[in-house]
Design a protein around this ligand. Structure first.
Ligand code: ATP
Ligand code: MG
Length: 284
């Protein structure tokens, strides 16, 4: 028995997806032309596919699980289960207009042509907001549509906004936000479910490791309470005596989100020699 996973072969999710498996301790060789690989140390078989095909292959059981953007699932819903948000491949599906287009609200798009590769998501967005626009489906490169007279506006995936900017477009509405997710087919058998559980356990450990940092610092013994209050850690901070009397070393785990604020408060509370290390795995 092997769990079969479908990953994007080439593109924006490809590298992050294989990196995630490698961080989970799952090694395999994949050349550019390879369509299939077997993991070396985990019962996993990997298929490399176009991202648009992944939900379909998972739904019909060619693959058991897959990694795909939420945007792809939203456009073409399939009978698959979303198991976990993976925190990479973040982007948004946005409406953008040429810089000289006077835009105040969605009603300014009434009767206008909008070029997009996401006609279903965009049409239901307009429907929800009671706007009648002409959704024009194209298969890619929406950003050039206004300059060649194909449409008055576009709706496309954006992350930094650089592509829109360099095509003279301005982002005006977010239709949906998206990130990569792990999907699974319905009715996995017992062995495959167990295998997926093992994989998920590793994925969650690497994800929480990447969201946290290991911190070590020195502090005068009389400051331990106020410093410990700033460091919840996994249970509570570790406090070890230093060779120098009246000083201790405090170890803990902090979240990457409020990392700088915590470091500032630690310094104010009397911490010295603060070291911050990244964590490979975090087993809860
Ligand atoms: P394929 O050849 O597999 O069909 P593609 O050209 O359709 O690839 P990519 O551009 O590689 O797709 O994007 C794959 C996914 O990456 C998108 O569906 C989306 O979920 C995510 N993504 C993240 N940031 C962006 C971005 N700035 N533009 C486009 N997609 C992005
Ligand atoms: Mg695609």
């Amino acid at each position: 028995m092997k769990l079969r996973i479908a990953l994007q072969k080439q593109g924006r999710l490809a590298e992050a997806s294989t990196d995630m498996l490698r961080k989970c301790g799952i090694g395999f060789s994949n050349g550019l032309r390879k369509l299939r690989a077997e993991a070396e140390d985990f019962p996993l078989e990997i298929f490399f596919l176009r991202d648009d095909d992944i939900p379909e292959y998972v739904a019909n059981g060619v693959a058991d699980i897959g990694i795909v953007g939420e945007n792809v699932l939203a456009e073409k819903p399939r009978n698959v289960e979303t198991i976990e948000k993976l925190g990479f491949g973040r982007c948004r599906l946005s409406i953008a207009v040429p810089r000289n287009f006077t835009y105040a609200s969605l009603t300014d798009l009434e009767g206008k042509r909008i070029a997009t590769s996401y006609p279903n998501v965009l049409s239901s967005f307009f429907k929800t907001h009671g706007v009648k626009a002409d959704v024009h489906e194209i298969s890619g490169s929406a950003e050039i549509a206004p300059s060649i007279g194909l449409s008055e506006a576009v709706c496309d995936l954006v992350s930094s906004g650089n592509t829109l900017f360099s095509n003279g477009l301005r982002e005006v509405e977010t239709v949906m936000s998206s990130q990569a997710v792990l999907i699974a087919r319905q009715n996995l058998d017992r062995d495959r479910t167990a295998c997926l559980e093992r994989l998920l356990f590793r994925i969650r450990s690497t994800m929480s490791a990447s969201q946290n940092k290991y911190i070590l610092l020195n502090a005068p013994s009389d400051k331990v309470d106020s410093i410990a209050a700033l460091l919840p850690g996994m249970k509570s901070p570790t406090v070890l005596p230093l060779a120098q009397d009246g000083w201790v070393s405090i170890h803990s785990v902090i979240s990457e989100n409020d990392f700088w604020e915590v470091v500032d408060s630690l310094k104010r509370a009397g911490a010295e020699g603060i070291l911050v290390l990244s964590i490979d795995q975090m087993i809860r």
